[in-house]
Design a binder for this molecule. Sequence first.
Ligand SMILES: Cc1cc2nc3c(=O)[nH]c(=O)nc-3n(C[C@H](O)[C@H](O)[C@H](O)COP(=O)(O)O)c2cc1C
Length: 302
Amino acid sequence: MAVPHSIYRETGTVAINTVTCKNCGQCARICPTEVLRMEEGRLKVCADSSFGCIACGHCMMVCPEGSVSVTGRGLAPGDLIPLPGKEQCAKAEELEALMLSRRSVRRFSGRDIEPEALERILRMAASAPMGIPPWDVGCVVVSGRTEVRQLADAVVEGYGSLLKYMKPWLLALLRPFIGRKNYEFFGQFVIPLAKGYLQAQGEGKDALFYDAAAVLLFHHSPVAEAADAMIACTYAMLAAEAMGIGNTMIGAAAPIIQRNQGLCRRLKIPPGNKPAIALVLGYPAAVFRKAIRRRFTAVTKV
Ligand SMILES: Cc1cc2nc3c(=O)[nH]c(=O)nc-3n(C[C@H](O)[C@H](O)[C@H](O)COP(=O)(O)O)c2cc1C
């Protein structure tokens, strides 16, 4: 039985070239679902693994002889690509410098983002880990300030509709049923946020996507973790940062888009998929002169 996926119903299929396989066992040691096992010094493909082959491809990637091939669940041996050289990989110092220099950018120059740059960001983001392979996450690419503004307007309209029935007196009435946390969340965050978006829109400004040059909207299938889309977005954010493209994650758009079936259809989000997070992109118009040291609320050592 295959781990559920919105498209792939089957498990992966592992094939071993028994002529070239040296039974070194590296694939069996790395297989996370024990589809590959060593039995009496020989590599065996086992049908009794609980999850079957999830098509992570690790076995193909470690085999020194190229004797293992995995197909199915969207994977094929042709997906193997050369490993970048160690000298090409960012060292911790470089990665830390990138992370410390990164800031959420909400002021963009008028420069468009080149289609190749968007493609590269997506390619890099797709290298992120997911709960269980393969990806069950999709991305809507909205490119161009006019298109971005149209989407922002549609979302802000959604906030307008929300404000029509989310009145403070109604919230107060509902408080015993929705609990203090939700009451405060809606009263002290959602309502002022919606009012702010509408006011800005009235003044011809885009307070949702900040007139960005592009938006990436990550969505996930009903059987995938929301975390998968968030991690993909985080990777896209770091990729954009490394390319000098300013960015900010926008959580405020997804809940409104999710409730608007027409908008989901317009954005070609597959039925049932949930928008999780957006990333606005644009060349920055602001310069940060210092980094900032941030801390987790608690780091406990046990
Ligand atoms: C999950 C998530 C959702 C966010 N949603 C929004 C948003 O809707 N609007 C916005 O302006 N910033 C949003 N942000 C950006 C944060 O506000 C930003 O990270 C914070 O201001 C800290 O600034 P820094 O990224 O420069 O460290 C979001 C960030 C995350 C991680």
